[in-house]
Design a protein around this ligand. Structure first.
Ligand code: HMG
Ligand code: MG
Length: 306
C-alpha cells in the first residue's frame, strides 16, 4: 500500500459546469465569472466552464454564450485550459462561433443513461461525435472525452467492460487527449477502481486517463487513492463538492476539490493549488447558492480558518 505515489497530480476543476448544472438556483453569468476568476487565482489551470446543451434540459447552462464570451476576454484565458461540454453538432456550432479552444464530448457505457442524458444510444452518440470531432480538428480545438457510468448505472446496474474498451478506442481515434472515467452515481469502491484500471491498462496510457468520482457514498477519496496507486495523476473535482447530473437520480456532488487537494498535499503530492484561495472561491459560490458544503476540509476551514 502507498508505495507508488506520484510527486504531483493535476486537478480538473468541474465546479462551474458539473458543480452548478444541477442547482435549481440559477446564478447569473457574472456570478459564475467571479467564481471562475477566483478558481484561476487559486491556481487551477484546467477549469470546465460550461456546456453547449439544450437550456430546456439544463437551465443553469443557459448562459453559456455570455459566460464563455466573458471568460475569453480575460488575461488568463490563453494560459489555462477551458473545456466546454458539446453533445452534438448544434452545440459545436455554438461553441465554434465563440472561439472555444477545447471541447469535451461525453457518452456512457449504459444505453439507458445515454438515452436519458443525451437522447442517443451509445452507437448514436459516436455517430454524432464524428462531425463534431471533424470540426474540432479542422479548427485546432482540443478534445477531451468522458465516459459515464463506468462503475455502475442508475438504470442498468453494472455496465460492460467491453463497452468501456470500445469507447476508449473510439475516443482515442477521435483524438481525445484525455478520457475521464465517470463514477456518475458514486458507487465505485477502491478494489473495483483497481480492477477496472487493470482491465483497461492495455487500451489506454494512464497519463491520458482522468478519474471523475462523485462522492454520493463517501468513497471518492478512497477511490482516488486506489487510482493514484495504479498510476493515475489526473482527477476531476468540484470546488466545495457541488455537483450532480439531473439524469442520474440519487447522484450527489463531485468529490470536493478541497478534500482532494488536502489528501494530495498532506501526502507530499503537489497540485499548484492555494487552499486558502480555493476555499474562498467555494465560500463565495456556496453563499450565492445558500448551500452548505459536504466537504469535511472546507467546513473545518470555514470554522477554524485552517
Ligand atoms: P435532442 O432533443 O436530441 O436534440 O437533444 P434534437 O437534435 O432532437 O433537437 C431538438 C431541439 O433541440 C432543436 O430545437 C435543436 O435545435 C435543439 P427546436 O428546433 O426544437 O427549437 N438542440 C440544441 N439546442 C442547444 N444546444 C444543443 C442542441 N442540440 C439540439 N447542443 C441534447 C440532444 C444532447 C442536446 C439534449 O438531450 C441535452 O441538452 N441534454 C443534456 C445533456 C447534459 O448536459 N447532461 C449533463 C452533463 S453529462 C454529466 O453530467 C456526466 C459527467 O459529469 C460525467 C459523469 O459524472 O459521469 C460529464
Ligand atoms: Mg459528473
Amino acid at each position: 500500500m502507498l508505495s507508488n505515489l506520484p510527486k504531483s497530480a493535476r486537478i480538473i476543476e468541474v465546479g462551474p459546469r458539473d458543480g452548478l448544472q444541477n442547482e435549481a438556483t440559477i446564478l447569473s453569468w457574472k456570478e459564475k465569472l467571479q467564481f471562475i476568476d477566483m478558481l484561476v487565482a487559486a491556481g487551477l489551470k484546467s477549469i470546465e466552464i460550461t456546456s453547449f446543451v439544450r437550456s430546456s434540459k439544463i437551465p443553469q447552462m443557459g448562459d453559456a454564450k455570455e459566460l464563455f464570451e466573458a471568460v475569453s476576454k480575460k488575461d488568463y484565458f490563453s494560459s489555462i485550459s477551458t473545456p466546454c461540454l458539446v453533445p452534438n453538432m448544434k452545440g459545436m456550432e455554438n461553441a465554434l462561433a465563440l472561439g472555444v479552444k477545447e471541447i469535451a464530448i461525453f457518452t456512457s457505457t449504459s444505453n439507458t443513461f445515454n438515452q436519458k442524458n443525451i437522447n442517443a444510444t451509445i452507437e448514436e452518440s459516436i455517430e454524432r461525435f464524428e462531425p463534431v470531432v471533424k470540426a474540432a480538428t479542422q479548427n485546432g480545438i482540443k478534445i477531451r472525452g468522458y465516459v459515464s457510468t463506468v462503475f455502475g448505472c442508475p438504470y442498468e446496474g453494472e455496465t460492460s467492460i467491453e463497452t468501456l474498451k470500445f469507447l476508449l478506442k473510439k475516443l482515442q481515434e477521435f483524438g481525445c487527449y484525455e478520457v475521464s472515467l465517470g463514477d456518475t452515481i458514486g458507487v465505485a469502491n477502491p478494489l473495483q477502481t483497481k480492477k477496472i484500471l487493470e482491465q483497461i491498462q492495455d487500451e489506454i496510457e494512464f497519463d491520458k486517463v482522468a478519474m471523475h468520482f462523485h462522492d454520493t457514498r463517501g468513497m471518492a477519496l478512497a477511490n482516488i487513492l486506489s487510482s493514484l496507486e495504479m498510476g493515475i495523476t489526473n482527477f476531476d473535482s468540484s470546488a466545495g463538492g457541488l455537483g450532480g447530473c439531473p439524469y442520474a437520480v440519487g447522484s450527489s456532488g463531485n468529490v470536493a476539490t478541497e478534500d482532494v487537494v488536502y489528501l494530495l498535499h498532506s501526502m507530499g503530492i503537489e497540485t499548484g493549488i492555494d487552499m486558502k484561495k480555493l476555499s474562498q472561491a467555494s465560500e463565495l459560490i456556496l453563499g450565492k447558492l445558500k448551500k452548505q458544503s459536504p466537504s469535511k476540509f472546507l467546513n473545518t476551514y470555514l470554522v477554524s480558518g485552517k
